[in-house]
Ligand binder design. Structure first.
Ligand code: PGA
Length: 264
């Protein structure tokens, strides 16, 4: 059985004080019956919780944790060079030092607002793996691409552009894929459970074609896009969906914990 990952992407929200408060609320929740169930599931390797604060809040969030095994930290982006004259960029080794286990790469906001290319994302993916930071690699189609029947082609291009140089073990053990249809992000419009599952099944079939059935069985694929406590259980019940990447509903510890509870 694949582990379920419940990840909160805070985007450009939650300063250091708010991030510490969030983690302190989680620490208190872990002492309650529902939170204790979460701890048991985490320690059994069934569930993993991840939060992705903005860069300047990573340290505060990491150090507020009562137990680092219970909440993993992700960065929301990184540059591929280890150091040098790249004003405004952050390297993966710096993120590792700050306490990050994961890095989100290829989020639709990076692709569409900041124009990150397939080529750039491939470099970032390889650099993350070299640094042993686990990538949460996001893919997803625009509304017009879905409506014109191009979804599969778009997902294929985004994935094949990134994973060409990987071995099946690295892909299966280290890369988490997040399917996030762009039209569902921050819009309140979630994909139907079956449509989200179909897209994740398609991604799994691409993994099978390129890396074989064992990798396809093992790779973790998350869904993201307007996930909230009211719809999380239905999405998590889908056979090809191994977790959630949550934006808006992860900003508040109460709704994040409610979503976590739906995964237990
Ligand atoms: P949302 O964002 O949950 O606010 O739709 C998801 C994401 O961008 O990862």
């Amino acid at each position: 059985m694949r582990k379920k990952i419940i990840a909160g992407n805070w985007k450009m929200n939650n300063d250091a004080v708010t991030s510490s408060e969030f983690i302190n609320n989680m620490n208190a929740w872990f002492a309650l019956p529902e939170g204790k169930r979460a701890v048991r599931a985490i320690e059994a390797g069934e569930v993993e919780l991840v939060v992705a604060p903005p860069f300047t809040s990573i340290g505060a969030a990491a150090s507020a944790r009562k137990n680092a095994e219970w909440i993993s930290i992700a960065a929301q982006n990184a540059f591929y060079e280890p150091k040098g004259a790249y004003t405004g960029e952050i390297s993966l080794s710096m993120l590792w030092e700050a306490g990050c286990k994961y890095v989100i790469l290829g989020h639709s906001e990076r692709r569409h607002i900041f124009g990150e290319s397939l080529e750039l994302l491939q470099k970032k993916l390889l650099a993350a793996l070299e640094t042993q930071i686990l990538p949460i690699f996001c893919v997803g189609e625009l509304l017009e691409e879905r409506e014109s029947g191009a979804m599969e082609k778009v997902l294929q291009k985004q994935l094949e552009g990134a994973w060409d140089a990987l071995t099946s073990d690295v892909l299966a053990d280290m890369v988490v894929i997040a399917y996030e249809p762009v039209w569902a992000i921050g819009t309140g419009r979630t994909a139907e459970n079956e449509d989200a599952d179909d897209a994740c099944a398609y991604i799994r079939s691409l993994v099978d074609d390129k890396f074989g059935p064992a990798a396809a069985e093992k790779v973790k694929i998350l869904y993201g896009g307007s996930v909230k406590p009211e719809n999380s259980a239905g999405i998590l019940a889908q056979p090809n969906i191994d977790g959630l990447l949550i934006g808006g509903a992860s900003l508040n510890s109460e709704s994040f914990c409610a979503i976590v509870a739906s995964a237990l």
